[in-house]
Design a protein around this ligand. Structure first.
Ligand code: PPS
Length: 299
């Protein structure tokens, strides 16, 4: 297929069932190689359901580790090359697994949207640090809807009503939001090198969340360094930064919707009808039984 949205000759991708999870082939075609990925003990994984704040946290970690020593890195290398997307394989560009293999940094920062059961076993064996970012389902759904509208490698978004239903049914790339956030949450019980954080907390107090990240990672930046990271990672700054805003990726059509769209909590209120909200809440109660996992839909 063409990677240029102006030449969309091929149809959009279709979802299929892959080991019980809805996927598209761009994230499964390299499965064997990805499963055999050799992690290093100091690798850091940023794991998320799509649209939960991956880029934001990737950007923060990249600044924390490399912002002081190598500012050219931030101004010349797109975030998707600084923090490769492990499972992606697209025609004509290096796949994520090879990119990760070839990273010269230490630590290596690696992005994945895999549900926990798809993680290559080497990450567990090497006891790698994993940062999981979760976002409330309503805003996550809205963000995902606009992403599918603008990204030529994703399935068609369809209209809002059908997307809404498909999200609740788990018919999304990388499967059910409900399974994803719950199963990663459960993993914390048996795997301690996992820092589970929330998009809403980041919006509420980015500085506090950076502190928590540093403590998890064993980093001790100066107050000045932390301030620099916090201001660099503000939405408006990232939105105008071509190395962070994905404007250099031709598969994304910013005329339809920008990647850095709103960056807010509670935008769902501009999309959900009253009836949809009621139906959603009813269904949510049935699926989200663990009282220890709580999301905020406003801050
Ligand atoms: S992806 O494609 O899965 O990697 O997308 P991801 O980066 O996980 O999520 C994109 C959403 O995160 C918002 N975002 C931010 N919000 C606030 N502050 C900062 N700095 C920031 N950076 C990214 C981005 O705008 C997307 O959310 P929506 O709601 O669509 O705006």
């Amino acid at each position: 297929m063409s990677l240029n949205p102006g030449e969309r000759s091929s149809p959009r991708t279709e979802l299929f069932d892959f080991h019980g999870v809805s996927m598209i082939h761009y994230f499964t075609d390299n499965w064997e190689n990805v499963q055999n990925f050799q992690a290093r003990p100091d690798d850091i994984v940023i794991a998320t359901y799509p649209k939960a704040g991956t880029t934001w946290v990737s950007y923060i970690l990249d600044l924390l580790y490399f912002g002081q020593t190598n500012s050219e890195r931030q101004s010349t290398i797109p975030i998707y090359n600084r923090v490769p997307f492990l499972e992606i394989i697209l025609p004509g560009v290096p796949n994520g697994k090879d990119q990760a293999d070839n990273l010269s940094t230490s630590p290596r920062l690696i992005k994945t949207h895999f549900p926990v059961q798809f993680m290559p076993k080497s990450f567990w064996e090497q006891n790698c640090r994993i940062v999981y970012v979760a976002r409330n389902a309503k805003d996550n759904m809205v963000s995902y809807f606009h992403f599918n509208r603008m990204n030529a490698i994703q399935p068609e978004a369809g209209d809002w009503d059908s997307f809404f239903q498909n999200f609740m049914d788990g018919k999304m790339v990388f499967g059910s939001w409900y399974d994803h956030v719950n199963n990663w949450w459960k993993k914390k019980e048996t795997y301690s090198n996992l820092h589970y954080m929330f998009f809403e907390d980041m919006v509420e107090d980015t500085g506090r969340e950076i502190e928590k990240l540093c403590s998890f990672l064993g980093l001790t930046p100066s107050t000045e360094e932390k301030k620099k990271v916090q201001s660099g990672a503000q939405f408006d700054n990232m939105k105008k930064d071509e190395m962070a805003n994905y404007s250099t990726l031709p598969v994304m059509d910013f005329k339809v919707s920008p990647f850095m769209r709103k960056g807010k909590v509670a935008d769902w209120k501009n999309h959900f009808t009253v009836a949809q909200n009621e139906a959603f809440d009813e269904d949510y109660k049935k699926k989200m039984k663990d009282p220890t996992l709580q999301f905020r839909t406003e801050v």
